[in-house]
Design a protein around this ligand. Structure first.
Ligand SMILES: [Fe+2]
Length: 185
């Protein structure tokens, strides 16, 4: 099965029934990714699209191990033989390094390399400009919503305090690639 078809099918199988809101968000992120992918070199398009479908599968109950969803998702993908680059993009999206530090899981994240660059930035952008229900939002709205939804002692919120600028920079760099070049940060 082609990577992209497998990624869509796997995300649907893991999220659609069990976590419908997460599935709606995932579809929104994949939609964003399809738009952004047009600005990327051909060989990167499928990687971004597959990563967008797969980025939140670590929330599926069957996959929860450490409870650090980027890591749980990435480890599952490694076990399925998914290209390493996709696994690493999923492991690192949206500033996972800071969450790993806070949760004492840096050693576990270590085997996955953060590739940096436009594909990684674009995955972060797509996630951070898509609301939990899948609708497009600005980066600042999304960060406001994240802070409102999670408690102040949530590691994700502590991580956000450390890396909001890094996230904003990824969004800005991606927006510069887009034809309208609008900045919402
Ligand atoms: Fe997400």
């Amino acid at each position: 099965m082609p990577l992209l078809t497998w990624s869509w099918y796997t995300a649907k199988r893991l999220l659609a029934e069990e976590l419908p809101r997460r599935w709606a968000h995932t579809r929104g992120v994949a939609h964003r990714a399809a738009e952004v992918a047009r600005m990327l070199p051909r060989e990167d398009r499928q990687i971004l699209a597959a990563s967008a479908w797969l980025h939140d599968i670590g929330y599926a109950e069957n996959l929860v191990d450490t409870g650090f969803h980027q890591l749980d998702g990435a480890r599952y993908l490694v076990a399925q033989g998914v290209p390493r680059r996709v696994c690493a993009l999923v492991a690192h999206y949206a500033g996972a390094v800071a969450v790993a530090e806070i949760r004492g899981l840096s050693a576990e994240l270590e085997p996955f390399e953060d590739e940096g660059g436009p594909v990684r930035d674009a995955l972060w952008y797509c996630d951070m400009t898509t609301a939990p229900d899948g609708t497009p939002v600005s980066f600042s709205e999304r960060m406001r919503e994240l802070r409102a939804r999670r408690s102040a002692d949530d590691p994700v919120i502590h991580a956000l305090d450390r890396n909001e600028d890094e996230r904003a920079a990824a969004v800005r760099r991606t927006e510069e690639l887009l034809p309208t070049a609008t900045t919402h940060v």
